[in-house]
Ligand binder design. Structure first.
Ligand SMILES: Cc1ncc(COP(=O)(O)O)c(C=O)c1O
Length: 395
């Protein structure tokens, strides 16, 4: 008799990036693929970081497990970094190091919610957030993440959805997939709502370093009792171009971290020590390098915005920032996935359909522009225009 698998997992859609790769026809793309699919830095880690990793590999201590929450030096360095960046107060005890921000999300949600509970989530959302919630049987209560004239969700849309089974509001800013950076006042209002409701405010801030203004994204870490409400998730993947090293963090109060510790112990015991030490080096030594890369991303975004000014283009930018642009496609009778498959198969542009990021997103595509040099943006627009056909638009 054949084995059976868990229905709780088998009903979840396959991982989106892997699916999108199948839309390409191997060997047939003879003019160079414009790959705007996965949000991966298009450049190697800093030379100095590569050298440090090579040095670390020879240190016998580095081959060992660390504490479940990570190495103490990294707690201190990250607490100091965040306290400076957000002009707040964070103790090293509030820091847990994880194997990437995805694991941080998994542990934070599992620590807070169980089957039958619910969380408030702006839609479109980061698909791995949705997948994990669905796997756990935690209901998503969706609020619109943008509308005409605004690119962020509203606390007043979230408030009526909160009931006695709500455990958290989950935000992502700078946002994946829209790129939008939520105004500090909106984030603070979500915090006030979460606090008044006795639930957590989780914010995935993976892209926090890719913002054009040096101002803090919000003032939550300056609130005297932020530990009772706020859970910040972060990733070292993009900031130091070390996606394969798997290191991220949860910053939260001891109540959440005590539960997360049990989960992290079972999942991976600890984040790889060599990666933690590399992250520590990055925080100490790579501030200028990091700023240079953030400027590079901003230049790419500006080049994209300029290219989208082309009057022949019927695709419309809804939102952009950090690594992403969210774009309305011009085909009113085509679902986003059909458009994305056509772009991949016929026009050598790989991107993700909005439908992978939530319901009612069939008019949109996510372009991870961070992957492409600024010089390629006019070419991208040329290929989008080519995809419109002779009529230009059908919307
Ligand atoms: C919003 C968001 N969170 C988390 C992650 C994953 O980060 P990590 O590589 O640290 O697991 C990504 C990666 O694309 C992301 O876009």
């Amino acid at each position: 008799m054949a084995l059976s698998v868990s229905p709780a997992i088998s009903r979840i859609e396959a991982p989106p990036i892997a699916e999108a790769m199948t839309w390409l026809r191997p060997g047939e793309c003879n003019r160079g693929l414009l790959n705007l699919c996965q949000a991966v830095p298009s450049y190697a880690p800093a030379e100095a970081l590569q050298a440090e990793i090579a040095r670390l590999a020879k240190d016998p201590e580095v081959h060992l497990y660390t504490d479940i929450h990570g190495v103490p030096e990294l707690h201190t360095a990250l607490a100091q970094h965040m306290a400076a960046d957000y002009r707040g107060r964070i103790s090293p005890d509030n820091v847990s190091i994880t194997s990437g921000c995805n694991q941080a999300f998994c542990a934070a949600i599992m620590a807070l919610a169980q089957r039958g509970d619910n969380v408030v989530l702006p839609s479109p959302y980061y698909f791995n957030h949705q997948m994990w919630l669905d796997m756990l049987g935690v209901e998503k209560r969706l609020v619109p993440a943008f509308a005409l004239g605004r690119t962020y969700p509203l606390p007043e849309d979230a408030a009526p959805l909160i009931n006695d089974r709500t455990r958290a509001i989950v935000l992502c800013s700078p946002n994946n997939p829209t790129g939008a950076i939520y105004p500090a006042s909106i984030i603070e209002a979500f915090y006030d709502l979460a606090k008044a409701s006795g639930i957590a405010l989780i914010i995935d801030e993976t892209y926090k370093d890719f913002r054009s203004s040096p101002d803090p994204l919000h003032g939550l870490f300056a609130r005297p009792d932020w530990q009772d409400t706020f859970v910040q998730l972060y990733s070292f993947s993009k900031v130091f171009s070390m996606t394969g090293y798997r290191v991220g963090s949860i910053i939260a109060g001891s109540k959440v971290l005590a539960e997360a510790e049990k989960i992290l112990d079972c999942m991976a015991i600890c984040a790889p020590q060599i990666s933690q030490r590399a992250a520590l080096f990055g925080l100490a030594e790579l501030e200028d390098w990091k700023r240079g890369k953030a400027r590079l991303m901003e230049e790419r975004r500006e080049a994209l915005l300029a290219a989208f000014e082309n009057p022949a283009l019927s695709y419309r930018l809804v939102s952009s920032g950090a690594y992403f642009a969210y774009v309305m496609h011009p085909f009113s009778r085509l679902a986003a996935k059909a458009v994305a498959m056509r772009l991949a198969g016929e026009h050598d542009v790989l991107c993700l359909p909005g439908s992978m990021f939530g319901p009612e997103q069939d008019s949109y595509l996510r372009l991870a522009f961070a992957n492409s040099p600024a010089e390629d943006m006019p070419l991208l627009v040329e290929r989008l225009i080519e995809s419109q056909g002779p009529l230009g638009t059908t919307r």
